[in-house]
Write a protein that binds this ligand. Structure first.
Ligand code: ZN
Length: 184
């Protein structure tokens, strides 16, 4: 990441909205924002391959579900946060990954300018590509600050997105089973 560029941009942005960049409270802000970017955009240019490559063999292929994975991302249209919960289910094909790796996978794709629809499908695609299960289902529920703070100002409203791959795709019984598990 180009720290100097970020610092310069933050300074110009503050000037643009009419701030005095030399007042005490703002002196360190460009530097602070640049350092923060390292974390909140830390998924830039990365894939979940490293997290999903450590796999364990299983002799039954019962469904694995991890629900309520908290995530924080940034809307690429407004550069404001959207955040909520991810729920991931997959039906293994002889291999599973550590449960925390699913949360890591969400993190990699959330930490970049994003839209929720794309985040949902990138998570599903990563599992399909790097773990190759029989099927994957991903559901994201999130609140978008660009809808809560501005525009239509509907705080608390949730945007829900789904992605189904492999044996979940087009199988409404399996999708319903996923929903029941998420809701229970
Ligand atoms: Zn937005």
């Amino acid at each position: 990441m180009d720290y100097d560029k970020i610092k310069q941009a933050v300074k110009m942005f503050l000037e643009g909205i009419g701030e005095d960049v030399n007042r005490e409270g703002l002196l360190e802000t460009p530097d602070r924002v640049a350092r923060m970017c390292e974390e909140i955009y830390g998924g830039m240019g990365k894939t979940a391959e490293e997290h999903l490559s450590k796999q364990f063999t299983v002799d039954n292929n019962d469904v694995v579900l991890v629900k309520d994975i908290m995530f924080y991302s940034t809307c690429e249209h407004h550069l404001l946060p959207f955040f909520g919960k991810a729920h991931i289910a997959y039906i293994p094909d002889g291999k599973v990954v550590g449960l925390s790796k699913l949360a890591r996978t969400v993190e990699v794709y959330a930490r970049r300018p994003q839209i929720q629809e794309q985040l949902t499908s990138q998570i599903a695609n990563a599992l399909e590509e790097y773990l190759a299960p029989k099927g994957v289902m991903v559901m994201l529920e999130a609140e978008h600050m660009c809808m809560s703070m501005r525009g239509i100002k509907k705080p608390g409203s949730q945007t829900v997105t789904y992605a189904a791959r492999g044996c979940f795709a087009g199988d409404h019984d399996k999708q319903r089973m996923f929903m029941d598990m998420v809701r229970s």
